[in-house]
Design a protein around this ligand. Structure first.
Ligand code: GLU
Length: 268
């Protein structure tokens, strides 16, 4: 009888430990009462510090807030860079990433992604009148971008003869452009628009060339947790249907969402 109860205790311990291990992100977040979202803090329009309030604001920040509100929890932000964001999510330091992150199959190895919530592509930011019109003009020239970004890889493919200098974040690359250390900054056009708009003299800069990459942004979610991923995708659909997506797009990008692009919608 004693042996039987020992076996029973072991079985119960195993069952509980397995179910604890399977307790997904949804339960973890609800128990904690907070969604921990990884966002950028120096990408104007998407994730940046409002100089008046000292608070993190932007399109990605508002998406985190919306998802947290639908979960009925508070939101906490942790700052990520292009280089550390995937390790931070994979290690569980954040529950989700809303960080101008392109969904690539190679990035799918360590984390999962939501449906595409923003569509962009890569361009160049140059000084007005510089004569640089496209990646063709960058052979033998220095170009600034960011470590761990798709932009860093894409520019090397688009113009193998360019000297690519990678910084931790985009404002540093822009600073290098202002100091004449690089002749262009390259990344997604929305980020370039944010750099230009945030400058004291936006008229000094221009975004040039054709798109030379496709950058579909996905929210980063933990690998193999389909309950949480389903929830995030459904919430993005709700955000689209209730008009919040369009309102936030206009608020941050400064113009109406162009006709012709829609979030992937699934019937409820
Ligand atoms: N969307 C690109 C990427 O995910 C460039 C912007 C960024 O560095 O976050 O790498």
């Amino acid at each position: 009888m004693k042996r039987l109860s020992v076996v029973l205790a072991l079985v119960l311990a195993l069952v509980f430990s397995v179910s604890a291990a399977n307790a997904g992100k949804m339960e973890e977040i609800k128990e904690r009462g907070t969604l921990i979202c990884g966002v950028k803090d120096s990408v104007n329009l998407f994730g940046f510090v409002d100089p008046d309030t000292n608070e993190l604001v932007g399109f990605d920040v508002d998406i985190c807030k919306y998802i947290a509100s639908k979960l009925g929890v508070d939101v906490e932000f942790k700052v990520v860079t292009s280089k550390n964001r995937i390790p931070m999510l994979a290690q569980g330091s954040v529950d989700m990433l809303a960080a101008t992150m392109t969904h690539k199959f190679s990035r799918d190895e360590k984390i999962d992604f939501s449906i595409t919530y923003f569509m962009d592509g890569q361009k160049l930011l140059v000084e007005k009148g510089s004569g640089i019109m496209s990646t063709d003009d960058l052979a033998g020239k220095k170009v600034g971008t960011v470590k761990g970004s798709t932009s860093e890889k894409n520019i090397k493919t688009a113009q193998p003869k360019a000297h690519v200098i990678s910084f931790d974040e985009y404002p540093q690359a822009f600073q290098a452009l202002k100091q004449g250390k690089v002749v262009a900054v390259t990344t997604d056009s929305g980020i370039l628009a944010g750099l230009k708009a945030g400058d004291d003299h936006p008229e000094n800069w221009e975004i040039v060339g054709e798109f030379f990459s496709a950058e579909p942004y996905g929210l980063g979610v933990p690998e193999n947790d389909s309950d949480f991923r389903d929830f995030v995708n459904k919430t993005l659909n709700e955000m689209w249907l209730d008009g919040t997506y369009h309102q936030l797009f206009k608020k941050w990008m400064g113009y109406d969402l162009p006709a012709g692009w829609e979030i992937e919608q699934w019937p409820m």
